[in-house]
Design a binder for this molecule. Structure first.
Ligand code: PMV
Length: 322
């Protein structure tokens, strides 16, 4: 009763920020992402009657408290589906900095979902895996698929799952990430988005607007229209951060370096470099670009004061058992 899975992280081009059902992880708006090849989690899960309690080890460290609880809650959901009460040992390794706005929870919960369900011998469709994974971490439901992915918000649990828009072979889009901070953020996505839904007076306006531009982004992906993809990606990022800023107390995930990089990326476009920024709930900046500009973008990003590391990603594959 042991299985190992590999899941890639993803970067949202249209962000998920806010749940209408916090228990079931039903989001207010649908979101769109691309799966990232270079950032991934490998997780091994074993169930055994010999285990007296669940043990969770992430990057060599045994989890305790709230972090452990999040994983145990997800294991409980999977145990309920698999009709077992066996305890588990989970060993997980991320190949990238944890909790730095790089959506480590996306690859972590996608890998956990597949490893745990397959360790229990459950044969589930990708749609079913996506529905389960969503309830561990919303963004993880998109990581079940490679390529370009849409998470359809839905109104009930069975309607809220991810679907592939196009496989990775469809279009070679890159994400060059400028890491300016590796430490874990102070306000988690979960707490931050709950606070935003509750107190941001513009939150529902954002949800309404996403509904208008999401079909345009999907069309841009299918038509390989990079300019439209970039413009919608930037606008949506700023729209999400605008709701964060107008939350009480305010949520400002950016650092001075974030602003510096954003301004640079915008000015590079005037020189003909097709590059667009997006920022998750953290200070690091993702620069979405095309293969021909990657070398130049990497060079320029690494020359900006405060950039600690540059990680270049292509598009990744589905979550799979290894
Ligand atoms: O699913 P979580 O709790 O990792 O939240 C993800 C939130 C963002 O990364 C900011 C946006 C997104 O859609 O990935």
């Amino acid at each position: 009763m042991k299985s190992k899975a590999l899941a890639h992280s993803n970067i949202a081009l249209i962000k998920y920020w806010g749940k209408k059902d916090p228990k079931l992880f039903l989001p207010w708006n649908s979101s769109v992402s691309m799966t990232l090849d270079r950032l991934y989690t490998v997780t091994e899960v074993e169930f055994s009657p010999e285990f007296k309690e669940d043990t969770i080890i992430v990057n060599g460290e045994k989890l305790e408290g709230e972090k452990k609880e999040k994983v145990v809650r997800h294991l409980n959901l999977i145990r309920h589906i698999g009709k077992t009460d066996l305890k588990a040992r989970v060993v997980s390794e991320n190949n990238f900095p944890f909790g730095a706005g790089l959506a480590s929870s996306a690859s972590a919960f996608a890998a956990l979902t597949l490893a745990a369900t397959s360790a229990l011998g459950l044969e589930l469709s990708k749609k079913e895996l996506s529905i389960i994974s969503r309830q561990g971490s919303g963004s993880s439901c998109r990581s079940i698929y490679g390529g370009f992915v849409e998470w359809k918000a839905g109104n009930i649990s069975e309607e809220s799952y991810a679907e592939q828009i196009a496989p990775k072979e469809h279009w070679d889009v890159r994400d060059v990430i400028a890491i300016v901070q590796k430490e874990e953020k102070k306000v988690s996505s979960r707490a931050g988005m709950a606070q935003t839904v509750e107190t941001c007076p513009f939150f529902m306006k954002r949800v309404e607007e996403v509904g208008k531009y999401l079909p345009k982004l999907i069309k841009a992906i299918l038509d390989k229209d990079f300019k439209t993809l970039g413009e919608i990606t930037e606008f949506d990022c700023l729209s999400m951060h605008a709701t964060m800023l107008t939350t009480k107390p305010m949520l400002l995930y950016w650092s001075p370096e974030t602003v510096r990089i954003i301004k640079e990326v915008v000015s590079w476009r005037e020189e003909g470099i097709e590059a667009y920024f997006t920022v998750d709930a953290g200070p690091n900046v993702h620069v979405i670009t095309l293969p021909e500009y990657v070398k130049e973008v990497e060079k320029r990003l690494s020359e900006i004061q405060g950039v600690k590391e540059v990680i270049s990603c292509g598009i990744g594959d589905d979550t799979k058992v290894i």
